[in-house]
Design a binder for this molecule. Sequence first.
Ligand SMILES: Cc1cc2nc3c(=O)[nH]c(=O)nc-3n(C[C@H](O)[C@H](O)[C@H](O)COP(=O)(O)OP(=O)(O)OC[C@H]3O[C@@H](n4cnc5c(N)ncnc54)[C@H](O)[C@@H]3O)c2cc1C
Length: 330
Amino acid sequence: MDKFQEFKNTIGPLRVFENEPLSRHTYFKIGGPARLFFEAKTSEDFRHALTLATKLGIPYVVLGMGANVLVSDNGFDGIVIKNKVDEVKLVGIKGTLGKDGKSIKSAVVWASSGTLMNRLARFTIDEGLEGLEFLLSVPGTVGGGIKINAHFEVEKDEFIGNKLLTATVFDPKTQQIKTYKQDYFEFSYDYSKLQQTREIVLDATFRLDVASNKEALWQVAMNNVKRRNDEQPIGVACSGCIFQNITPQEAIRLQTPHLTTSTGYIIESMGLKGKRIGGAEISPHHANFILNTENATASDVLELIKIIKEKAKEKYDLNLKEEIFLIGNF
Ligand SMILES: Cc1cc2nc3c(=O)[nH]c(=O)nc-3n(C[C@H](O)[C@H](O)[C@H](O)COP(=O)(O)OP(=O)(O)OC[C@H]3O[C@@H](n4cnc5c(N)ncnc54)[C@H](O)[C@@H]3O)c2cc1C
């Protein structure tokens, strides 16, 4: 039997779709069909699909919310496993409990990797725990967030990886499931080791401190949301920032205003804001965003990416690096 058919039959023919348009599953609203598409709703489903696809030797890719990907117009000739395993809970507290019940110092929160980072943020704030409130309104799942080390204000060291205690991953090479501590992931700006190992995050725990004032946490989180809404384009399909920011050393070399490391500034300074190819446009609001304004194709977006990279090399001797991940053949 054909191995794709075997995957379908084993998981359940009615649960696996053929030729599902991936434009339905990405923030960009771009992407051709997946040969097979399966939505994992429980951790058993997720593990089973990963193990089976690996055993059968079928290429597969895990999709969270599709908030940081550009999918080829030709789609993906394999299985797309969409991770909808969404659960978050408090699993441990550390410290001494005084009579007033207020002296607990820290707690551990567990989340499955398909949990929305937004949900994780809300949960932790509601529990009066600080450290992940910056994730409020960052699109995407915990798994996608760990892979890129999702962040908000880098200068304030607001990275998801900083609060990670452990994560359990599936290794496609050995088909083993292992739990690692934070240092294994080698987190840095826009980076975790998963980008090399291609391991898949199944779930994660985070250690967070107890906040003295829960209302203040909400206030900080809501201020961040407001800032995001002011600075980023709203209501148009896009995939967040296309490029990583430049390094502080490059900012010094280029003497950017206030030594900003913003790649949005770099793109704007090259006069590219508002530049269009087909249905894709460099945002007039924030130049590090490419918008799908009118049925853009992945090729349109890639063409804009190429133009930006070439100009940045020519004008500033910069090698801009994409933040988004590409899926499929380009
Ligand atoms: C409007 C907008 C604003 C944004 N603002 C921010 C921001 O402020 N800060 C920020 O950091 N990011 C931001 N982003 C980017 C995006 O939110 C993050 O990159 C997020 O981590 C993407 O998660 P996801 O689940 O959607 O990943 P996807 O886009 O689905 O996948 C991204 C990559 O991760 C892989 N992946 C997905 N799940 C797993 C898993 N369980 N295990 C291993 N690999 C996995 C995928 O295969 C793919 O390679 C923004 C995006 C948008 C659209």
